[in-house]
Every structure is written in structure tokens, then in C-alpha cells.
Ligand binder design. Structure first.
Ligand SMILES: NC(=O)c1ccc[n+]([C@@H]2O[C@H](COP(=O)([O-])OP(=O)(O)OC[C@H]3O[C@@H](n4cnc5c(N)ncnc54)[C@H](OP(=O)(O)O)[C@@H]3O)[C@@H](O)[C@H]2O)c1
Length: 204
């Protein structure tokens, strides 16, 4: 897949490497063209390229958004011709929220009319680099109204090594998926369990 990555910090930088290793074509969208960290990424991976944000988005089939959540409103306003493209919203509205929308997902759905899915938001970026815990592998969760976008995010979660990808529900469950992410943040950081923990569903 041709994937644009907007926000190349902890989450975007990690998934860029993971998906490049899985054989995808990665276009990192830059707002500062003299970013040394990203230049290194491009040098080490032949299938990662650097572009300005609009160019990366124009070339991509899939767009991962891994910026602070409030930024999604401005991004959505700049991306008008999004029909046919899938947006994966990995943001969590911690601190500044994407007003007047409750989540980045809702900003993209309302403003761009794109195929949007919330995914890669419920676990730390360390688990995106390596979801394995001994013989067990962490799960991933997706939510949104576009079955096509969910299918793409599910494939990309498997490509990143996650085991089962659970459908958390439609657009009405996206906020709940952010609350699920806050549960991870609470347990890992506020309650002091450490970031080396991940969600796994047990069934019988
Ligand atoms: N950290 C985690 O483990 C984790 C896990 C799941 C979900 N999330 C969510 O994922 C998102 C990113 O988290 P992160 O930890 O990866 O953050 P981060 O390391 O701080 O990276 C944020 C990225 O967003 C870019 N950015 C900031 N403002 C922008 C703008 N106006 N336009 C375009 N790009 C902009 C930054 O670009 P510059 O480098 O140019 O400043 C940077 O590349 C957040 O919403 C967070 O809640 C985080």
C-alpha cells in the first residue's frame, strides 16, 4: 500500500519503520524539511520517502494521522479531495481537543467525507514496534463506520504483528475507543505499571 504518515514522532516514526519492513511504500509528510531524525529514516529504508504533507497525502491510498488530536481539524480542512482514500486516525484527545469535534475521527468524517477508521490509538508505540510478549501477542482494536477503512487498518495491524484485530464498533464507539486508550495510559503511566504492557482479550 502507499501510505502517507502525518506526524512522524513516537507513533508515526515507529509505524513508518514497521510498515516499511512489511513492504509498504511510506511517504512521510513533513512540515519542517530540515528534520535530521526523518532524514535518517529515509536513508535507512529505501521504501520511505520524505515529502511535504500535501504531496504525501496526494500520492497516498492510506493516510495515518499521528499528530496531537487538536491538529486534525486544520489537517481535515486542508484535505478536500479525499474520496477513495482511507484515513487512519491514531490520535487521542489528551489535553487540547479537536473542537468542535469530539475526536479526530469525527473531524475527518465531517470535513473530508473520507473513509475513516480509529486504530493504533489503544497501545503504546513500543507495542507497535514489538507486540510480542513471550508466546503471547497483543491485540489491536478498530472503530468507525467505514468497513473498507477497517479492513485496511486490520491488514496493517496484522502487518505490524498484532494478533487479533477486534472491531470495536461504528462511529458511535470511537470515543469509547479513546477511553480504552486512556485506560492503557492510566494503568501504564499513572498507576505505574510501566509502558511494557498491552491489551489481550481472553475468550472461552
Ligand atoms: N505515544 C504513544 O505511545 C501513543 C500511542 C497511541 C496513540 N498516541 C496518540 O498519537 C498521537 C501522536 O503521539 P506521539 O507520541 O507520536 O507524538 P509525538 O512523538 O509528539 O509526535 C507528534 C508528531 O505530530 C507532528 N505535528 C505536531 N503538530 C503538527 C501540525 N500542526 N501539523 C502536522 N504535524 C504536526 C509533530 O511534527 P514535528 O516533529 O514537526 O513537531 C510530530 O511529528 C497523539 O494524538 C497521541 O495521543 C500516542
Amino acid at each position: 500500500m502507499k501510505i502517507a504518515i502525518i506526524g512522524h514522532g513516537n507513533v508515526g516514526g515507529t509505524l513508518a519503520k514497521v510498515w516499511a519492513k512489511a513492504g509498504h511504500e511510506i511517504m512521510i509528510g513533513l512540515r519542517h524539511s530540515n528534520d535530521d531524525k526523518v532524514t535518517l529514516l529515509e536513508q535507512n529504508f529505501p521504501n520511505i520517502s520524505l515529502n511535504v504533507i500535501q504531496e504525501a497525502v496526494a500520492q497516498a491510498e492510506v493516510i495515518l494521522v499521528a499528530t496531537p488530536a487538536h491538529v486534525t481539524v486544520d489537517l481535515a480542512k486542508e484535505w478536500q479531495q479525499m474520496h477513495g482514500k482511507v484515513i487512519i486516525d491514531a490520535t487521542n484527545a489528551i489535553g487540547k481537543t479537536p473542537e468542535p469535534y469530539s475526536t479526530g475521527y469525527h473531524a475527518f468524517v465531517e470535513i473530508c467525507q473520507a473513509k475513516v477508521v480509529k486504530a493504533f490509538n489503544t497501545t503504546g508505540f513500543e507495542n507497535m514496534a514489538d507486540p510480542k510478549y513471550g508466546d503471547t501477542t497483543a491485540d489491536m482494536f478498530v472503530a468507525g463506520d467505514s468497513s473498507e477503512a477497517k479492513k485496511v487498518a486490520t491488514q496493517l495491524a496484522h502487518d505490524a504483528g498484532f494478533q487479533t484485530v477486534y472491531d470495536f464498533g461504528g462511529g458511535d464507539k470511537v470515543k469509547a475507543l479513546e477511553h480504552f486508550a486512556f485506560a492503557w495510559i492510566n494503568l501504564a503511566i499513572m498507576q505505574g505499571n510501566g509502558r511494557n504492557m498491552a491489551f489481550k482479550i481472553l475468550k472461552r
